[in-house]
Design a protein around this ligand. Structure first.
Ligand code: GLN
Length: 243
């Protein structure tokens, strides 16, 4: 078995070490003897989405998100939309999550028209939503996911898009409706930056399994020794529960 990962805009959308999630996926596949390749595709390079199984998009500041707009129009938006409809797996974080929606209106009034691949939009507010946070994930059997968020954008989901989880502590999509992230077909979106997958190995394997199942029809992932990862998860879960 083999997974081909495409890391989109790695040099532009990489806040808080978001790329660590790509390292994590690569390792968790490699430890199980599953081949993996990672290709980086950024501004100026054509994207042929049918070449890949799993796409990763990290987060970015407002300025960096604006920088991408022209490049997206030059073919990447159409490729991303087609790949999503084709059931390819995506993990998109914060600014990358917002980029899959229709638009992001920054708090100072700049309108970024994004891909519109998912029926959702984002409106910036002066007060940022910052901090460690936690949500429950129904498709992980009610498991908690712990993470770190820092965004000014408030995201609102349209019909047909469900959240990835329900907020237990922190803000999530907008600090108003209790929803966190977005799910559509095999797309996973979240506001959780940095070491999302290392701290939440169950989510990491769920995403990898989704991509492998899409490619091979079924996939079983051999268990790994996640003692350290689980300890990190439990520590944050306790801290956030105590708040
Ligand atoms: N610039 C966007 C916002 O502030 C995304 C930020 C991010 O990726 N952390 O909402």
């Amino acid at each position: 078995m083999e997974l081909k990962i495409c890391h989109l805009f790695p040099d532009i959308l990489n806040l808080y070490g978001d790329r660590g999630n790509v390292v994590c996926m690569r390792r968790r596949l490699g430890w199980r003897g599953i081949d993996v390749s990672v290709s980086e595709v950024s501004i100026g390079t054509a994207l042929k989405a049918s070449d890949y199984d799993l796409f990763f998009i990290g987060g970015g500041q407002d300025f960096e998100q604006e920088v991408l707009l022209e490049d997206l129009k030059g073919g990447k938006t159409a490729e991303i939309k087609a790949a999503i409809e084709d059931g390819k797996t995506f993990l998109a974080i914060c600014g990358g999550y917002q980029m899959l929606g229709a638009y992001y209106k920054t708090w100072d009034g700049q309108q970024c028209d994004f891909t519109g691949a998912l029926d959702l939009y984002t409106v910036g507010h002066k007060d940022r939503m910052i901090g460690n946070y936690m949500f429950t994930c129904e498709e992980l059997g009610g498991q908690t996911v712990v993470g770190f968020e820092n965004h000014s954008g408030k995201t609102y989901l349209g019909s047909g898009i469900r959240p990835i989880g329900r907020v237990l502590a922190g803000y999530g999509n907008n600090g108003e409706d209790g929803m966190e992230g977005a799910r559509y077909k095999n797309v996973f979106c979240t506001y959780s930056h940095g070491c999302l997958l290392p701290k939440n190995p169950i989510l990491a394997d769920h995403i990898l399994k989704t991509a492998l199942t899409r490619k091979y029809g079924s996939a079983e992932l051999a268990p790994l020794d996640d003692a350290v990862e689980t300890a990190a998860h439990s520590y944050m879960e306790r801290r956030l529960t105590a708040k």
